[in-house]
Write a protein that binds this ligand. Structure first.
Ligand SMILES: [Zn+2]
Length: 877
């Protein structure tokens, strides 16, 4: 009901309304369908409204006296209908709640015609949904962001993905501004008042959520051509030099995508536009938008991480140009297919481009991360029925992206890389320029695979949870593997048991060679004959390549065998996968924490930094809630003992001869030993370097800036806090400001943590930028974990006023996460009673509260079970 006020304003001027007409509940009824759109908008950055007209060619298939369209926050000033023949008909506007608007006629109409409307809309300054503006260095830029349901903030339209038709946009903008949209410019002409008109070519068929535009004094970086496609990067004024790596990477990745899909880039041009905002990218056809920190970096201070993130994100968004844009899923219940596929491609294609980046290991870590959220009883299934706009927004989460990507990877491995790709190409060919469903995708894959993959695939799509597979070796005659499956559950979990159809691929060494074998586990228990083995295998890896979406619980001495000789017969991805399973099985109480921790000394010395990082994750069991207070110091000492020497040798500052891998190890390990291991020498170095940097902006390698400032803040005093705050207020570079805000949210001193939270209410920072770091940073330490909840209780109203509250982007939904580090019943109940009623008004809020409460319950249960184990380990140590 957010826009109820304005609707009555419209009605005040109109002669009559038909209050008996009911607007649709969620979806349009399809009685009228769009054939094409022509929209004409006047957009001036720095203004907070825009004017527009839209002419929609429609086909009214069933006679109707009202056509319902989606519209949010639009003031309709006039509307008419021009039938194919006959006179223009007047229209009365009918209010339709907060998502719809009705165009009513005196009598029922049918057939084709043009619906015309003139209206005014809002250019938001505090949200990034619909049409909004962002400021960079005193200059305003206007952007659009329509996925999933915000095109209706820019045009009255049929705002559902299955209405895929040509759009033609015309923008009126100030003369010295650049106007961009999905297609190249068709014509441009001067207008009065310092304005110009830019008309774009009509687009190929597009759903409303992929239409886009941008206006501002952008600088343009030419990135050449890929085949006939011109590739450009648009940056805020004066930032061309920072687009150097983007301009190199984008065309090369685009070429690899064309090769993978076996078809050229579908649109006439590819523009990549920078937005001064955090963590965001959107695959608008031919006009992809990216967060500034993703796309731009000063070449002198560019980090390895930045290059990888840039390659991943651009590959993801460009993959969508085929998978999502050229072929669009018919409805939002298949959001997962678009996002899972693009997420899987964001490692596959850059991995092909830069094999030295080990993106297979990144994929394993992403899978392990997704499994942690998927173990919760409140986890949702990948494919979810959509009952509300809330469900549409909720569908864009970790489960959709990362679990979905891991499941695709599992099926690719099972079917074979070449066949799977053939299936993807077939799917695109069959549905090009149209819509499709997940069943269409499964059908294409099944056809090339020569078997029906749908039942197995659907067992992962339609139920939540992580399969855990227990494996035991039987060597009496023909060696075989006894396998059984169950749902992997954290200690104390209430989730329902269930089974899957799991493609299980194994590798084993027998008779002097390594064998690979795949089969499908459909029953709770089964026995798999190891057909290639004459004698009992020396070791067996029950998740070959670590591409399967399941956890392995090795029985008997199989874990010892697979990790024998420091796992030297396994790839890095495989070592990380096996140790990652050990880590989660230990926190689930499925294997002893002592067994897990005993692996740390060996794998903390691994030559590969990914493996060292995984060993550090296991060691972090010792920093958690389950360690009794009197043994905490001993736990911290264990971390210093196992990782300290390596971290001290690396130090905070890079050496000229360092390889990329050394730099990455430093970036992960040094802050871990300094922060969790509380290594004094590294902390003091961090404090000195942070102060130096604040004065001179020199002396810290770029990839170390964020962790170093964070560690300095963790142990820092009021002086450092003030210096960081002043620097953040004065900082003009968006990504440096992000790092400074992160540091401000990292103080372990409770008084300073409170001071940082007060900044959320000050006008010094855009809350879209500061919200996450400042509000959730204090949850990292026992000393400050109560501070955010206390702050929210005290300042809720003031905070809500400052936060973006749009559907799909309601920051209030995240507020219950302030209890994310609680681990006792009293605080759990306080959190519940404070939020239980309130979250009903936050879009997506009930889910966050349920997940947070479940997390607290699990923490309480885990503590009970882990504490004796950890006590025993530390007492021995
Ligand atoms: Zn995506």
């Amino acid at each position: 009901m957010k826009f109820a006020g304005f609707i009555s304003l419209v009605l005040a001027g109109s002669a009559c309304a038909a209050p008996s007409l009911d607007p649709p509940k969620l979806r349009l009824d399809g009685s009228a369908q769009p054939l094409s759109y022509a929209a004409d908008l006047t957009i001036v950055p720095d203004r907070d409204t825009f004017h527009g007209t839209v002419d929609i060619s429609v086909d009214v298939r069933t006679p109707a006296d009202v056509i319902w369209l989606n519209a949010v926050g639009l003031q309709i000033q006039e509307a008419t209908f021009r039938p194919e023949s006959g006179p223009v008909l007047p229209i009365k506007i009918v209010p339709g709640g907060d998502q719809f608007i009705g165009f009513a006629f005196d009598r029922a109409i049918s057939g084709k015609g043009v619906l015309h409307a003139a209206y005014q809309g809002k250019i938001s300054r505090n949200s990034s949904a619909g049409v909004f503006q962002l400021k960079e260095d005193r200059e305003w830029y206007v952007y659009s962001q329509f996925e999933p349901t915000d095109a209706r903030r820019a045009f009255p339209c049929f705002d559902e993905p299955s209405f895929k038709v040509p759009w033609q946009l015309t923008l009126h903008v100030p003369k010295d501004h650049l106007a961009l949209s999905n297609t190249p410019v068709q014509s441009e002409s001067s207008e009065a008042g310092g304005m110009k008109m830019v008309r774009f070519k009509p687009s190929p068929p597009l759903p409303s959520y992929l239409v886009a535009f941008a206006v501002g004094r952008f600088d343009v970086v030419d990135a050449g051509r890929v085949g006939p496609t011109p590739v450009r990067v648009m940056v805020p004024k004066g930032k061309s030099a920072e687009a150097a790596y983007a301009a190199t990477a984008i065309p090369q990745l685009l070429k690899l995508l064309e090769d993978y899909f076996g078809s050229p880039f579908p649109y006439e041009k590819l523009d990549s536009v920078v937005m001064p905002i955090s963590d965001f990218a959107m695959e608008n056809a031919g006009l992809i938008t990216y967060a500034e920190s993703t796309l731009l970096a000063d070449p002198a201070t560019e980090t390895i991480d930045h290059k990888r993130e840039l390659a991943a994100t651009t590959a993801h968004e460009m993959a969508h140009q085929w998978f999502g844009d050229l072929v669009t899923t018919a409805w939002w219940n298949d959001t997962w297919l678009n996002e899972a596929f693009a997420t899987w491609m964001e490692r596959k294609i850059p991995g092909e481009w830069q094999p030295g980046w080990h993106l297979d290991v990144t994929a394993v870590n992403a899978r392990l991360g997704a499994m942690r959220s998927d173990q919760l009883a409140s986890a949702r299934e990948i494919r979810q029925p959509i009952q509300s706009n809330d469900d549409i927004a909720n569908a864009f989460d970790d489960i959709t992206y990362e679990k979905g990507a891991a499941v695709i990877e599992m099926f690719e491995h099972w079917i074979g890389e070449a066949k799977f790709r053939e299936g993807v190409q077939l799917y695109l060919k069959q549905h090009a320029w149209g819509n499709a469903t997940a069943s269409d995708f499964e059908a294409a894959i099944s056809r090339v695979a020569g078997k029906n993959v749908a039942p197995a695939f659907n067992s992962f799509l339609d139920q939540p949870g992580v399969p855990e597979i227990a494996v035991a070796l039987k060597c009496e005659s023909q060696p075989s593997l006894a396998v059984s499956q169950k749902r992997s559950l954290p200690i104390g979990s209430q989730a329902q048991p269930q089974t899957w159809q799991i493609p299980i691929c194994v590798a084993f060494e027998a008779d002097g060679s390594v064998h690979h074998q795949c089969s499908l586990l459909s029953d709770p228990k089964d026995e798999i004959a190891l057909t290639g083995a004459q004698t009992c295998p020396a070791w067996i890896l029950a998740n070959d390549g670590e591409t399967g979406y399941y956890q392995v619980a090795y029985q008997g001495d199989l874990l010892k065998k697979v990790l024998a000789d420091r796992g030297s017969h396994l790839s890095v991805a495989e070592r990380v996968g096996v140790l990652g399973d050990v880590d989660s099985l230990a926190s689930e109480g499925e294997i002893s924490a002592q067994v897990a921790l005993a692996l740390v000394p060996e794998f903390s010395k691994d030559p590969d930094w990914h493996v060292v990082q995984t060993a550090a994750n296991i060691a972090a069991l010792l920093k958690g809630e389950s360690v009794p207070a009197n043994l905490r110091e001993k736990g911290v000492r264990f971390i210093r003992q196992e990782f300290g020497e390596k971290a001290l040798t690396l130090g905070w500052v890079a050496k000229p001869e360092d390889s990329d891998d050394t730099r990455l190890l430093r970036q992960k390990l040094v802050p871990f030993v300094a922060g969790t291991g509380e290594e004094r020498e590294l902390v003091e170095q961090a404090e000195t370097l942070a102060r130096q940097w604040l004065q001179t902006r020199r002396g810290i390698p770029p990839e170390m800036l964020e962790p170093l400032l964070r560690i300095a803040a963790q142990f820092g005093n009021r002086d450092l806090f003030n210096a960081l705050r002043t620097a953040a207020i004065q900082e003009r570079e968006h990504h440096v400001r992000e790092v400074l805000l992160e540091a401000l949210g990292s103080f372990r001193n409770p008084e300073l943590a409170r001071a940082a939270l007060d900044l959320l209410l000050s006008k010094d920072f855009d809350s879209r930028e500061s919200f996450n770091s400042l509000l959730f940073g204090p949850l990292s330490y026992a000393d400050t974990r109560d501070v955010p909840f206390e702050f929210v209780k005290q300042h809720l109203d003031a905070l809500l006023k400052r936060l973006p509250r749009e559907v799909g982007e309601d920051y209030a939904a995240m507020l219950p996460s302030v209890g994310g580090s609680f681990c006792d019943a009293r605080r759990r109940d306080e959190l519940d009673s404070f939020f239980a009623d309130r979250v009903k008004d936050y879009n997506g809020g009930p889910r966050t509260l349920a997940q947070t409460l479940e997390g607290i319950d699990l923490c309480i249960a885990a503590r009970k079970s882990l504490t004796p184990e950890l006590t025993a380990f530390l007492n021995q140590y």
